[in-house]
Design a protein around this ligand. Structure first.
Ligand SMILES: Nc1nc2c(c(=O)[nH]1)N[C@H]1C(S)=C(S)[C@@H](COP(=O)(O)O)O[C@H]1N2
Ligand SMILES: [Mo]
Length: 301
């Protein structure tokens, strides 16, 4: 099998100290310096990210399978059964099959990564995810020559996901990445938050996290991963293609047709928190810009 991508980056390259820090290191560092009060600020003096608290991360969600309001997922997602859970891996792979999540996890190295998270609705959060690199899963599946994209699908179970009883979206929710985006070391399959199992409203038991793209690319409660040679359909693009493209990279220079993307509001930032300028690729430009070299990002939004 031809090697289609070479990991020439270490984790330090991919997630610079300014953007990624093990929470234990933050706590230890702050305790050591006697700077506990700094945690109350937006970020500490070294420019490290301050994660949002558990309640904010788990009570302000988008998960249309449970309703379209931000508090619907926290109210209704407890109905979802997440064990047993299997993921079908198919398409252009050497080892297609139905994999039990437990078997997948026993082969993966999980770690904590603190990522910025930017929704297309112009709000943002900082979330300490636990997960493993999607690249490791794809390598386990055995990527076949000619595969160019990865398609993802969310569980379809209207008995437990009441939002699926209404045709808001053409269920099941689907998403996709180009293979090089999928193989990028920043691209995470998350199974936890703050070291605890990921709450249902955040996409239990396993969801994608692509930190340089708008939140809607980070598909939740995944049951199928398909390697393909064609750009896969994506739910928001199918619904309103003028507003949501395949790439969906965070880009302050490309406005959403109905609102600006130049600034963002930090959820949980308090009543008087100012809007912040949005960074290209959500602040991960140094890590991912080369994936899009030569592309017109205004056309491929
Ligand atoms: N299956 C599914 N995945 C989804 C969504 C959804 O409605 N259904 N919403 C997306 C959107 S718009 C955002 S902003 C993020 C929100 O993730 P969070 O609730 O963990 O913050 O999930 C994304 N993944
Ligand atoms: Mo979103």
């Amino acid at each position: 099998m031809a090697k289609r991508w070479t990991n020439d980056l270490t984790h330090d390259d991919v997630t610079p100290q300014s953007q990624y820090l093990n929470r234990r290191q933050i706590m230890a560092g702050i305790a050591g310096l006697g700077l506990a009060g700094v945690m109350g600020g937006e970020a500490n003096a070294a420019g490290k990210l301050k994660p949002n608290d558990w309640d904010t991360i788990t009570r302000y969600n988008n998960f249309y399978e449970f309703g379209t309001s931000k508090d619907d997922p926290a109210k209704h997602a407890h109905k979802l059964t997440t064990d047993p859970w299997t993921i079908k891996i198919d398409g252009m792979v050497d080892n297609p099959g139905e994999y039990a999540l437990g078997d997948i996890l026993s082969k993966m190295t999980t770690e904590e990564r603190i990522y910025r998270f930017r929704c297309v609705e112009a709000w943002s959060m900082v979330v300490p995810w636990n997960g493993f690199e999607l690249a490791d899963l794809l390598q386990m599946a055995g990527i076949q020559e000619g595969a160019k994209y990865v398609a993802f699908e969310t569980l379809m179970r209207p008995e437990e996901m009441p939002g699926q009883k209404r045709p808001v979206i053409d269920w099941p929710y689907v998403e996709g990445l180009r293979l090089d985006e999928a193989m990028h070391p920043l691209t995470l399959m998350a199974t936890g938050i703050y070291g605890k199992p990921i709450p249902n409203q955040n996409g239990a038991p396993i969801r994608l996290v692509v930190p340089w793209k708008y939140g809607f690319k980070s598909i939740k409660s995944i049951v199928r991963v398909t390697l393909t040679d064609r750009e896969p359909p994506t739910s928001w693009n199918k619904l309103i293609s003028r507003e949501y493209g395949f790439y969906s990279n965070v880009n302050p220079n490309v406005d959403h047709p109905r609102w600006s993307q130049a600034t963002e509001r930090t959820i949980g930032g308090g009543l008087f928190a100012k809007r912040k300028p949005t960074l290209l690729f959500n602040g991960y430009e140094a890590d991912v810009a080369k994936l899009y070299e030569g592309m017109d990002l205004k056309r491929n939004f």
